[in-house]
Design a binder for this molecule. Sequence first.
Ligand code: LLP
Length: 417
Amino acid sequence: MTFLEPVEGELRLEGMPLAEIARRFGTPCYVYSRAAIEAAFRDFDEGLGALDHLVCYAVKASSNLAILDVLARLGAGFDIVSGGELARVLAAGGRADRVIFSGVGKTEAEMRLALEAGIKCFNVESEPELERLESVAAALGRRAPVALRINPDVDARTHPYISTGMAGNKFGIPHARARGAYQHAARLPHLEVVGIGCHIGSQILETAPLDEALERVLELATALAADGISLRHIDVGGGLGIRYRDEEAPDIRAYCARLAARLAGRREQVLLEPGRAIAGAAGLLLTRVEYLKLDKAKRFAVVDASMSELLRPALYESWHPIVPVGTGAARESARYDVVGPVCESSDVHGLDRELAVAPGDLLAILAAGAYGMAMSSNYNSRPRPCEVLVDRGAALEVRARETPESLFALERRLPTR
Ligand code: LLP
């Protein structure tokens, strides 16, 4: 995260001391840099240059209204996967005609909402979904714009839980069936075929599988043109990885420049669906050390954030940098497992981390801007943390910390007899 730097013995984000954020808003707390989000978006947007394109931020990565607002102001489109995400985008000032709707399980109600809002495109993932969308559109007397999401059967070479483009995954229409599905879609009177897309996975570190998937999509587009089906856009999906530890993450500008060169001269608009590459490095989770628990076999730093706030290490064994916020104070360094207070052995933020810390110190868990707050839960009846956006040196609370009462506000006791 380039907007994070140590100044006079303490970490600052865009010049704002993280210790001051902790004092004002408490911990645990998600903190995002507006400048970092904007810089990452611009890497895509400017990297594609003069190519007709729309960068559709994958809302699932981090969906706070303020983050969506920052991106909407830059002209972003949005890739959504639920009616809830559509409501967020609209509430944040995003334009419906820049929204694309992905996902294998769209309900009729979600289709209706999206049609009434006037979204840019439905990314349809199966033949039965085509039928459902046709009937929902017919009932509303509208034509639904559709792209088919192709499963190109390409291995993204990433964690199996976040690999989506292989024949065994539930996503997309198999490459071999795509032509037939398009011909069928083109005959349905309430559908308008506008595009083609694919998305092969997440945290992708090698671009070769992305290139391979794109070639398969382009081959199909050529075949479709021969069938008399012309497309208005090609959606290359998201999935570009970021550096968490020592990974060589793809350079966004270089990737976009190659994409622009490969697609130059085509008539179709090019869509991208990046999530992590925009929000990931822009956010961190601020947490405080509650105890140092020194057992025979292990030393534990027990912090006030848990797997309820950041699930990624427990779910994917993912590695996030964990750094002290105060870098000045003299502390003895030792190896700790950094763990949370939740009653699960998987409630670990990081194993065997060399840290110079004492109880009461603040730690920052970095690269937590994507799939952090978005995947948080209330497990152990933990109120979700607040979210703070640092904007040109000022800290803005963009989501208040939940209260215990808010956790059970929708629950009821038994009726009195
Ligand atoms: N488009 C579609 C259709 C997707 O399913 C996804 C992510 C994206 C775009 C954005 O992918 P990105 O650019 O963020 O890689 N929770 C996991 C990641 C799950 C990704 C799901 N789909 C994690 O924490 O690593």
